[in-house]
Design a binder for this molecule. Sequence first.
Ligand SMILES: [Mg+2]
Length: 200
Amino acid sequence: MKSGKKTIAIDMDGVIADVEKHYIDWYERDYGVRIDRKTMEGLMEHEAMPEKGAIMKFLTTPGFFRTVPVMEGAVEAVKDLMHDYEVYIVSAAMEFPLSLYEKHQWLAEHFPFISWKNIIFCGDKSVIDTDFLIDDHLKNLDFCKGKALMFTAFHNVKHNTHQRVNNWKEIPTVVRDLTEIRSKVKKIAVPPVPENRPRW
Ligand SMILES: [Mg+2]
């Protein structure tokens, strides 16, 4: 990257945007029932609510992405990380094309310190080649080229294939610790392999 800093890709929905709370709030508004977050744990999004089509309906309703609450602590932590890292907001917004403008407006309101050059709205995130990816979905984390950090969400609580981060409070420390470990590992000299060395 131009700055020479290590790079971090940060997902929007379920990471800096608290869609979980938004689903619960909108479900109560439309169906009159307050869902307990615990009952959603381990379920995929399409099956997380008693009315199965509800979440898809919300995701395709104008205004949904524009009014998502900000994930607790995200603004402060992202600002903190930007001191030492090149931060990119990466959202697979093409899955819901109507969301592009709303997501852009949402970022302008809540994260105005993120330059437009650091916002990547895309389809398949496997093309993203940053040192870190903070995301809630395995479909993105599994194909990550850098270090994957799985942000806890109701649908991923039963998975343990990636290093988990539970909230924004812990992320700056985790990222800095991993960066330090990586730099130490790189400094360990690998002894040259002598020629004609027996292979076992
Ligand atoms: Mg997400």
